[in-house]
Design a protein around this ligand. Sequence first.
Ligand SMILES: Cc1cc2nc3c(=O)[nH]c(=O)nc-3n(C[C@H](O)[C@H](O)[C@H](O)COP(=O)(O)OP(=O)(O)OC[C@H]3O[C@@H](n4cnc5c(N)ncnc54)[C@H](O)[C@@H]3O)c2cc1C
Length: 548
Amino acid sequence: MSVTLPKALPRSLCRQLAGIEDVVWFKKDLRVLDHPPLVEASQRGPVVACYLLEPSLLGAPDADALHWNFARQALEELADALALRGAPLLVLHGEAVECFAHLRESLGFKRLWSHEETGNTLTYRRDRAVAVWSQNEGISWQEYPNNAVVRALRNRDTWSAEWNRRMRPEPLDAPAKLGKWRGPALPLGALPPADALKLTPFAERTPTVQKGGTSAGLRRLDAFLNGRGRDYSKRMSSPATAWSSCSRLSPYLTHGCVSMRMAVHLATDGLARLKAMRRAERPIQLGSVSAFLGRCHWHCHFIQKLESEPRAEHSNFHRGFEGLRDDGPSDDVLAQFLAGQTGFPFVDACLRSLRATGWINFRMRAMLTSFAAFPLWLDWRRFRDPLARCFIDYEPGIHISQLQMQSGVTGINTVRIYNPIKQGLDHDPDGSFTRRWVPEVAALPSELIHTPWKAGAFMLEAKGIQLGRTYPKPMIDLSSSLRQARAKLGAARRADSFRSENQRVYQKHGSRKGSATRRHHGRDAAIFNRPKPTEPPKPKSNQLELFP
Ligand SMILES: Cc1cc2nc3c(=O)[nH]c(=O)nc-3n(C[C@H](O)[C@H](O)[C@H](O)COP(=O)(O)OP(=O)(O)OC[C@H]3O[C@@H](n4cnc5c(N)ncnc54)[C@H](O)[C@@H]3O)c2cc1C
């Protein structure tokens, strides 16, 4: 099946839309609530909304059917919400400038409205091309911030204040009226399935994959704030409990079904309500809501890093680490890791679960990255795109910054090397999560489920397990691989130029976070604003921290 969406509009549609001067371009902001460009455009006159299926982005190595399926559901809901207000959603297939040129020819529109996007090199170049085209065509293109990420940020010290300033205003209502359109919500036809766009899934997915749309996102957040997030702080680390105890808001933020400001306001209001209750009556602890709000801040903090230094998509934040893993292993090692066939059951369980569901909790993402980067000694750029394809919430700014941080190449963060066996014992002590995803070793008792190689020959025989045949033997010797990784990383950190580059990275990207809760808009909110240090934290003699 191939895609049949047009690049240009049929004549009859052009006639119906003739004279409309304002086009709102939806990208990663698939909502009508709290959408400043939509509100501003609607105040000028009737609006046409558009969404572009860009072949260059759909064919990129980080694109996956997982992302499109989520966006497609969100777009269907968005189209209905727009149609209800009198605007059609035109979904066009083509590169941005080409599509806008056709729209210009068909409608003669004068103004283009959109949110800013911090994506990758492709979206940056695309936006540059649209800016040049708009200027040449005399079209005014108005872009609005989508969150607290600041374009052309001069000084990181002022960033937290900017976060407060952007999050403070009440989220905007959806415009009541966008035009007089009475036709179908998607006048150019139904949205194509992933295979029509030549998008393949990285792995087979289960029906538990999250569904797109603002209503689904708001329901998730509401349920989290009203009880599901109870014990969030305690339950977020285990992949088994995090599944239901984390907010699971990330794909809705990534695709913009829910704005960051909406999330922050809903949580802040929730916090105020909780405070008015007696402790025993609270459906969720104050600390859990504060912890959630703190993470909303991190969301923008990490995207800001890529916005401020786009070269980080392809290079280490700390240039002193360039070439560090040039002696990394063959692609077979990478393939074994990505397939969840490492021979370490907890690592394999996390990977297989991620592949199947599109989500895993933060700690396990960190452990997976650490496992790939340290004992396997893989450069993060080798697994950047495959993992991006596994995450339903794939957000380049967070993904790239976190991969680098967990691989130890930012220079400014404490390096944490997770021991996957200890992580399994701590976060899946009875082995139920591991058993579910690695049935090959499910018959082992809990004390051996994370280390099947320690089971005696009789035990393995009795349980029908043949290491190397029914389940892989560990693909590396963990202790010696970790020793070598620590030695190589330590040597790079002792290089003469390490300190000065460290200083540069800290000035540009370092977190100036502070006390967890401070007054915000007359309410308490988890807005981090610690007095700014001007120096990076002093490197300790050994900053490698083997996470037990
Ligand atoms: C290697 C790696 C890659 C990651 N890639 C992504 C990604 O592509 N997209 C993404 O949204 N998150 C990413 N994260 C961060 C984090 O794992 C997810 O945001 C979180 O697991 C999403 O689940 P949740 O919505 O239930 O989070 P919650 O714990 O409920 O947190 C609420 C929100 O805060 C934000 N958040 C939480 N933790 C972090 C964090 N450590 N850094 C930045 N923002 C955070 C997210 O927007 C999240 O939705 C990555 C982490 C690692 C270690």
